[in-house]
Design a protein around this ligand. Structure first.
Ligand SMILES: [Zn+2]
Ligand SMILES: [Zn+2]
Ligand SMILES: [Zn+2]
Length: 303
């Protein structure tokens, strides 16, 4: 798992306790989301789950089973409806009927067929039914299909997808386990080390007279609110900087940071623990995104 600036921000929140656990929410219709994590990671539910999953896979997070959700094997929709259908024609237009047996003639039919002007009369032999357990008995319940007239005691169990209309047996649905995530206690120190460059850059900027805000949300000229790792402003000089901290920057990181810096009208600095690839460095230069390595921070700290 590459520690992007957003993933680091998530881990920081889990470390400082402001987001102790990341718990899924299941909405009506079976859709799931990880609201807090999605906000920090700027991801859709599936994307957030993927990141959390891979952090758990790397043992950085611990996962605990929360619930299982089912999705359509055809279109992945969560919008499934459980249905009891006619085994003959598969119509869901079925209804449960009480079934009676007229003991003297053996006629076994749904109760409705015996009902006649307030009493029960056998449609086969024409005799009136007197008392349950004496001349007639209740056999049980049967389903009657409203489409094809089939009678059956075991309906066919099926899922129906409300989005693509596919139908499939109960075990045919795709299963997805959802987990609640917490920080692996044994990885606290490791996370702290990963956040080292961020703390370092904050310290250096403070020492140089900047007012530093860690993890702020800043509104840009466009009206969009941006979450950044560090925002620093120098009151006297008027300089403003947004800083993004990540493990190894890629083109996406450069583009994102550049866009934010343009929108909020600041300089852009990216602190990386691993050297960027040449093309990434070139691209960053072009967009005036200043890439600093951890070593650069240490050096400037000893100036
Ligand atoms: Zn039928
Ligand atoms: Zn009868
Ligand atoms: Zn579907």
């Amino acid at each position: 798992m590459v520690l992007t600036s957003k993933v680091l921000r998530l881990l920081e929140k889990m470390l400082d306790g402001s987001m102790e656990r990341v718990q899924p929410k299941i909405q009506a219709g079976g859709k799931f989301s990880y609201p807090e994590a999605e906000e920090v990671l700027d991801a859709h539910p599936g994307g957030a789950r993927e990141i959390l999953d891979s952090l758990a896979h790397d043992d950085i997070l611990r996962e605990e089973f929360f619930d299982k959700i089912l999705t359509c094997p055809e279109c992945r929709s969560h919008n499934l409806k459980f249905s009891l259908n006619c085994p003959e024609c598969r119509s869901p237009n079925t209804s449960k009927r009480e079934v009676l047996e007229h003991l003297s003639c053996g006629n076994t039919r749904p109760r409705e067929e015996f009902e006649l002007e307030g009493s029960l009369v056998c449609p086969k032999c024409g005799e009136e039914l007197e008392a349950i357990g004496v001349d007639y008995s209740r056999v049980g319940e049967l389903y009657l299909c409203g489409e094809c007239g089939e009678q059956f005691d075991e309906p066919r169990q099926e899922w129906r997808c409300a989005d693509c209309s596919a139908s499939f047996p109960p075990t045919g649905a795709e299963e997805m386990n959802l987990y609640t995530y917490t920080l692996n206690e044994e990885k606290r120190e490791w996370v702290r080390i990963q956040l080292g460059p961020k703390r370092e850059v904050e310290k250096i900027l403070r020492e140089r007279g900047f007012e530093v805000q860690p993890n702020p949300t800043i509104a840009g000229k466009s009206g969009v609110k941006h979450s950044v790792d560090v925002y620093a402003a120098d009151g006297d000089w008027g300089g403003k900087i947004v800083v993004s901290v990540c493990e190894k920057p890629d083109l996406r990181d450069i583009i994102d940071l550049h866009a934010i810096a343009e929108d909020v009208g600041t300089r852009a600095v990216l602190v990386a623990s691993e050297p960027p690839e040449k093309k990434v460095k070139k691209f960053a230069d072009k967009l005036s995104v200043n890439i600093l390595r951890e070593e650069d921070l240490e050096e400037s700290n000893h100036d």
